[in-house]
Write a protein that binds this ligand. Structure first.
Ligand code: FES
Ligand SMILES: [Fe+2]
Length: 382
């Protein structure tokens, strides 16, 4: 039995444990490069991944760039009002067209000045008339994308089933927050030395909150008040409830219940989108797996109307930066030890604290399924 086959078996066995006996996955699942490549080929490269927020690019001509696996992406708000996920590669000889984020009427290639409109259609290819290159026959390739509650999701697999029907359960949890109406505040991008699953699990478990974030999160979202929420095949969630003594954090959408106003609702859309939805602030994280022990984290903050002042928003930005620094420090320290022979499986905490990790394991086991050697062979050959 090959290594991947035996790891697949361990995953199936771990994920089938009853919730009360849930165990963590051994370190090898987070450190083995072959297992990582198998994950990418088997399901990660065919899944829906959140890239960012529609409110980042509210007007025609607005854009931002990012990458998903090997694909440089240009997410652009077309002059026709449609947001598209385009290939960020010039059709002439493959130069990357745009960098960063901004607003423009034309993307002009920095190599030979071919230009494209924000819908991706070629507008001009200098001195190429006799070659017959025109806007009618040349445009940037477009990837599958969906906007759900203001989140821009993309899928590199043209055959993938649509995302929105899968998220009906999560809609119930988020419905009253009016997530789609949130207004963009700021975007950040950084690289962390950790396995992609470690950040998903860390964000989605409440057990570490009071320990890792004693000054930042504990006063608002202490471990002891956190409760697991809904979950299904597509997502998991928990409610990080605020203590009675916590100061109000703004009203948010008019239809919210008092309970919803006094908590942060943390959800993870499998496999790489994690977010914290509070009444007046949405923090959304896209985990982009790079290697077995490296990820790009693209995260955004959005707010509800003008319920927070600019000063309050700046404080929240500082707070989230500090929270991320605290998590990153722990995850990077953990990653350096996970290759140890003693990085075996350990018991997961009670449902309200780490039940979300058990949900995540069951998603992974569904996606990995029974080991298929052909996939590994094809990968090695390709
Ligand atoms: S590569 Fe873009 S114009 Fe030549
Ligand atoms: Fe944390």
């Amino acid at each position: 039995m090959t290594k991947i086959a035996s790891l697949s078996t361990i995953l199936q066995e771990t994920a089938s444990l009853p919730e009360t006996q849930a165990q963590s996955l051994p370190g090898v699942f987070y450190t083995d490069p072959d297992f990582f490549r198998y994950e990418v080929d088997r399901f990660l490269s065919k899944e829906w991944h959140c890239l960012g927020r529609a409110d980042e690019i509210p007007n025609p001509g607005d854009y931002f760039t990012t990458k998903l696996f090997d694909e440089p992406l240009l997410i652009a708000h077309g002059e026709d009002g449609i947001i598209r996920v385009l290939s960020n590669l010039c059709r002439h000889r493959g130069m990357q067209l745009a960098q960063g984020a901004g607003a423009t009427r034309r993307f002009v290639c920095p190599y030979h000045a071919w230009s494209y409109n924000p819908s991706g259609q070629l507008r001009n290819a200098p001195m190429m008339r006799e070659k017959g290159v025109t806007g009618a026959n040349c445009r940037l390739p477009e990837f599958r994308s969906e906007i759900w509650n203001g989140f821009i999701y993309a899928n590199l697999d043209d055959e993938a089933a649509p995302l929105s029907p899968r998220l009906a359960g999560l809609e119930q949890l988020l419905g009253r927050y009016e997530t789609a109406k949130m207004r963009f505040v700021r975007a950040f991008e950084e690289e962390w030395q950790t396995n992609w699953k470690c950040l998903f699990e860390n964000f989605m478990e409440a057990y570490h909150l009071s320990v890792v974030h004693p000054d930042t999160l504990h006063p608002y979202t202490p471990t002891g008040l956190s409760r697991k929420s809904m979950s299904d095949d597509a997502f998991t969630a928990y409610c990080a409830n605020y203590p009675e003594t916590a100061a109000p954090r703004g009203a948010g959408a008019p239809g919210l219940t008092e309970e919803e106003r006094r908590r942060s609702t943390l959800f993870g859309v499998f496999p790489t989108h994690i977010a914290s939805q509070a009444a007046t602030l949405l923090a959304s994280f896209s985990i982009q797996p790079l290697t077995v022990d490296r990820i790009r984290v693209r995260w955004t903050l959005s707010t509800y109307e003008d319920h927070l002042t600019q000063d309050e928003l700046e404080q929240r930005i500082d707070l989230w930066n500090e929270v991320n620094r605290e998590d990153r420090e722990k995850l990077e320290r953990m990653q350096t030890g996970l290759s140890s022979r003693h990085a075996t499986s350990g018991p997961l905490g009670p449902k309200d604290l780490e039940g979300t990790i058990w949900d995540f394991q069951r998603y992974l086991s569904r996606k990995m399924g029974t080991y298929e050697p052909a996939l590994v062979t094809a990968t090695a050959a390709g």
